[in-house]
Design a protein around this ligand. Structure first.
Ligand SMILES: Cc1cc2nc3c(=O)[nH]c(=O)nc-3n(C[C@H](O)[C@H](O)[C@H](O)COP(=O)(O)OP(=O)(O)OC[C@H]3O[C@@H](n4cnc5c(N)ncnc54)[C@H](O)[C@@H]3O)c2cc1C
Ligand code: FES
Length: 256
């Protein structure tokens, strides 16, 4: 049995930058988590030193560079608002690395990244961790400002309003580029809204492409204690926990 190392680091902020309108990149010094993380894992961040907000907030590890880790977010509520105004050398309490992460090993030749909106967050780290894979990134958003391409390679974009790339959604984009997909030698790595992941699951199963998706749900503890993050098994009764068994699942194994 693999015993996972888990750390709580009081991580000094190096910078918070706006990499495109509304999209923030938080860089913190967190050597233990940086050294022990793998692409697709996440951290549970206590965004303030006070009791409010009480619960930690989960964020994908967006990138790792030496002893620094990066998180990508936009401002939804109180937690992300507080993160967006952190100053250099303020510390934040980061718990991680959590979850299973993506399995990048295997005999496939083509890595297909599929992301919608902030679903791009884990893929800078994933992209730089591939060894000898031909990578294509299919990236979608409602409009141009929601298409996030930080750290990605060989990008094809799609927007619902047609303001960037093809007009439509990422599934339309995949179907439109099906001739570029090496069906027998590819693996899909995905993250995005549940509606996108559901449609992607159908696409992948119809075309017999192996597909792994990073799923999201509300979380509390982040490491399997509170049972607050169930995801239903596809073929058997019962459920798995997104924080401990996921957040990455083979799409055929779970109900999205
Ligand atoms: C494993 C995992 C990884 C995640 N990685 C990232 C990441 O890399 N970057 C990121 O920005 N977020 C990520 N999230 C979502 C993130 O945890 C929430 O965005 C965060 O909790 C928001 O905190 P808040 O206090 O700002 O908003 P809250 O006060 O928690 O929520 C404010 C309002 O926004 C809504 N809301 C919250 N999150 C989302 C969301 N993701 N999409 C749409 N509406 C939402 C809530 O329902 C609520 O109405 C991840 C979640 C999980 C489970
Ligand atoms: S968040 Fe507590 S078990 Fe998953």
């Amino acid at each position: 049995m693999e015993i996972k190392k888990l750390f709580i680091e009081n991580a000094p902020v190096d910078s918070v930058s706006e990499i495109q309108p509304g999209i923030h990149l938080l860089k913190v010094y967190s050597p233990s988590i940086a050294k022990n993380s793998r692409p697709g894992q996440f951290c549970n961040i206590k965004v303030s030193e006070t009791k409010f907000p009480l619960l930690r907030r989960p964020f994908s590890i967006c990138n790792v560079d030496g002893d620094f880790i990066y998180f990508m977010f936009n401002v939804y509520g109180e937690g992300t608002k507080l993160l967006s105004i952190k100053k250099k050398n303020e510390t934040i309490d980061v718990l991680g690395p959590l979850g299973n992460g993506f399995d990048l090993d295997g005999n496939y030749k083509q890595a297909i990244i599929v992301a919608g909106g902030l679903g791009s967050a884990p893929f800078a780290y994933v992209t730089k961790s591939f060894i000898n894979k031909n990578v294509i990134s299919f990236i979608g958003g409602r409009s141009k400002k929601d298409v996030i391409t930080y750290g990605l390679l060989n990008i094809k974009s799609v927007t619902e309003d047609g303001s960037l790339g093809m007009k439509g959604n990422v599934i339309d984009l995949l179907k439109n580029n099906i001739s570029e997909i090496d069906i027998d030698n590819s693996r899909i790595f995905a993250c995005g809204p549940n509606a996108m992941l559901r449609a992607l699951k159908s696409f992948a199963m119809e075309n017999s492409i192996e597909c792994y998706a990073s799923t999201e749900c509300a979380m509390a503890c982040g490491f399997g204690i509170c049972q607050g993050c169930p995801i239903e098994n596809a073929d058997t009764d019962g459920y798995k926990l997104v924080c401990k068994d996921g957040p990455v699942f083979n799409v055929k194994d779970v109900v999205i």
